[in-house]
Design a binder for this molecule. Structure first.
Ligand SMILES: CC/C=C\C/C=C\CCC/C=C/CC(=O)SCCNC(=O)CCNC(=O)[C@H](O)C(C)(C)COP(=O)(O)OP(=O)(O)OC[C@H]1O[C@@H](n2cnc3c(N)ncnc32)[C@H](O)[C@@H]1OP(=O)(O)O
Length: 243
């Protein structure tokens, strides 16, 4: 599956809805046992949640948007398919979450590409299930430091801390992702799927049990004037960076 929402594959409500529909179709297709996620946009895997969806909108809109973010994560983290992220560009925040949610991450070894949960840099807080997914990949200490600092890690650093499983030259990314997929698909599906469920169930159950509470937390957090101001300033900073 190739993300193609230029300029930066930001995760808008439309993007998330289409992503979930595509994932559901693949999940229901008995012939499909695995999916490789990558980007058709040069240099960017995904810029994370679309900040414009979280600025100056109604409470109803925030609720709908956040449910779509939750749905994307719940479907991908619990997928029966083998999921491989072929990270061919920068991947901050929600983009990093997508990669973390997969079974395996391969990143192009370009030191200009960065990845991480940088929410703190925007003055916002990564929700508990972003944090849980991160901890499950890199461990508590590395996750805590990285989350508190809102670190964006260069590709080599991301590999060093275990955020991505391997680095390959960009032109070899597709072949390597295919080889990894074949390796994972060589196992009997039922054994691999039950193992995945065992490893991920507690974290998945936690969001399922607190889903509506999490929506309400998001709404009250994102509606605060101080948070809206931080997001507006961040968008301004992104625009200024260009000129
Ligand atoms: C107690 C607490 C309880 C609950 C809290 C609940 C929830 C709060 C947490 C919510 C979680 C949020 C997670 C997120 O994903 S937030 C998004 C974070 N994303 C980023 O920080 C990335 C920002 N973008 C960049 O760094 C760069 O754009 C990037 C490196 C991706 C690409 O750089 P490049 O130079 O190639 O492009 P730009 O010129 O910067 O961008 C092109 C245009 O795209 C716009 N843009 C970029 N990113 C976004 C985005 N994420 N959303 C919307 N729009 C984006 C950018 O402004 C440019 O627009 P124009 O100037 O062309 O109009």
């Amino acid at each position: 599956m190739k993300f193609k929402s230029p300029p930066v594959n930001s995760l808008s409500l439309d993007f998330l809805t289409e992503f979930c529909i595509s994932l559901e179709k693949l999940e229901n297709d008995r012939a499909c046992r695995g999916v490789i996620l990558t980007s058709a946009v040069p240099k960017i895997f995904s810029s994370g949640l679309d900040i414009t969806e979280m600025c100056g909108k109604s409470t109803e809109h925030y609720a709908e948007f956040w449910r779509a973010v939750q749905e994307m994560w719940l479907r991908l983290y619990s997928s029966n398919m083998v999921t491989v992220a072929a990270v061919n560009g920068s991947s901050p925040a929600g983009g990093c979450l997508i990669a973390l949610t997969c079974d395996y991450r391969i990143m192009a070894e370009n030191p200009k590409f960065s990845i991480g949960l940088n929410e703190a840099q925007l003055g916002i807080v990564a929700p508990f299930w972003f944090k849980d997914t991160f901890v499950n990949v890199v461990g508590h200490r590395v996750a805590e430091r990285s989350l508190q600092l809102g670190s964006l890690h260069s590709a080599p650093e991301a590999h060093r801390i275990g955020l991505v499983d391997e680095l390959v030259p960009e032109e070899k990314l597709k072949d390597r992702a295919t080889a990894v997929m074949q390796q994972w698909l060589a196992l009997p599906d039922h054994a691999r799927q039950l193992t995945k469920t065992m490893m991920r169930k507690a974290v998945l159950d936690r969001l399922v049990a607190h889903r509506e509470e999490d929506v309400q937390n998001f709404i009250s957090f994102i509606s605060k004037e101080s948070i809206q101001k931080s997001l507006r300033m961040y968008m301004e900073m992104l625009k200024k960076k260009k000129s």
